[in-house]
Design a protein. Structure first.
Length: 109
């Protein structure tokens, strides 16, 4: 049992490295977007959206790497794992962007 858990941890390590590397980048982009939402400066919003789109495209491009790093042997499970990781990254973006916007609005208003 102990050996199988350590084997699972070893197989999960590459996927975790990819996920958490991109999670930090997603948080940074979401912070920029959330901050830009409270300001009425269109160039700031445009710049933040360009950065957010760039990060979204780069995260979506990681689908193959996440699927290859998944700790499963069956292809459908690998695809579900990669899709789940991308969904979590997308939801993380939304949560951080909304949190930053609301914190900023509560501090200003």
């Amino acid at each position: 049992m102990k050996r199988s858990l350590s084997s699972l941890e070893d197989r999960l390590a590459p996927a975790e490295a990819i996920f958490f590397t991109w999670l930090l980048r997603v948080f940074a982009a979401a912070t920029l977007v959330g901050s830009a939402w409270i300001d009425d400066a269109p160039p700031l919003e445009l710049g933040a959206m360009i950065i957010a789109i760039y990060v979204a495209v780069r995260v979506a491009a990681q689908f193959g790497r996440l699927a290859a790093a998944a700790p499963f042997e069956h292809r459908p499970l690998r695809v579900m794992f990669a899709a789940g990781a991308l969904i979590l990254l997308g939801l993380s973006f939304l949560v951080v962007a909304i949190l930053v916007e609301r914190l900023s609005l509560s501090a200003v208003g």
